[in-house]
Design a protein around this ligand. Sequence first.
Ligand SMILES: Nc1ncnc2c1ncn2[C@@H]1O[C@H](COP(=O)(O)OP(=O)(O)O)[C@@H](O)[C@H]1O
Ligand SMILES: [Mg+2]
Length: 229
Amino acid sequence: MLHEPVVDLKNCSVYQAEYEVLKEVNLVIDKGEFVYLVGKTGSGKSSFLKTLYGALELKSGEGKVCGEDLKKMNWKNISQLRRKMGIIFQDFNLLNDRTIKENLIFVLKSTGWKKGKEMDKRINDVLASVGLEGKAWKSPHQLSGGEQQRVVIARALLNEPLMVLADEPTGNLDPETADDIVRLIRQVCKERNMAVVFATHNYNILETYPGRVVRCQSGRLLDEKNYLV
Ligand SMILES: Nc1ncnc2c1ncn2[C@@H]1O[C@H](COP(=O)(O)OP(=O)(O)O)[C@@H](O)[C@H]1O
Ligand SMILES: [Mg+2]
């Protein structure tokens, strides 16, 4: 169990309704591993991530993610799976009528936290780890895009997931802020031994921060092992 990979897919297909987006997908991601997911718009990156977090059904193949069997997904398994994952989207998906703290409390309560003091401590910890200490009382619209994405990263860390899935998290940011966000995600996940799947079509990021690359192309997921500049 100790060395079980966080993602283990054997001959999987990714479907959007009846349309097969990717086929014959084989992929193993180890604990703490950082992986870029690249490919043109429409090549299947988001669909692939949705399959990993149980939003799209695994219709063929065998898949285990964070110890959960993707073939046996029901509402209970999905909530168990989601608790072991942090998900970061391009659009920040923050509730704009609530403060940062309220946004984070909302997530903690919906994942079973009850004690106010414990929630406060956890929120202070995650905000500090993304450099936003003292901003808990602000509303999302009082923060810059980069700061909002930091809140989203903090939110993804709340339940100390095994893996973080990031779907083009820098897509709405200027290049310098995008750089900060990549560096931050890499750093906080490395410190906590969390695996990361980071979807992007920004090749500058790969050149600045090289790493393992898997590519969606022509209906397949190609494992390129290492991207060398
Ligand atoms: N909700 C959906 N219903 C049907 N087809 C979809 C849906 N979302 C995406 N697709 C199709 O699946 C393919 C892959 O899309 P997507 O996974 O969004 O790619 P990417 O994230 O790489 O841009 C595209 O052909 C797209 O049109
Ligand atoms: Mg996408």
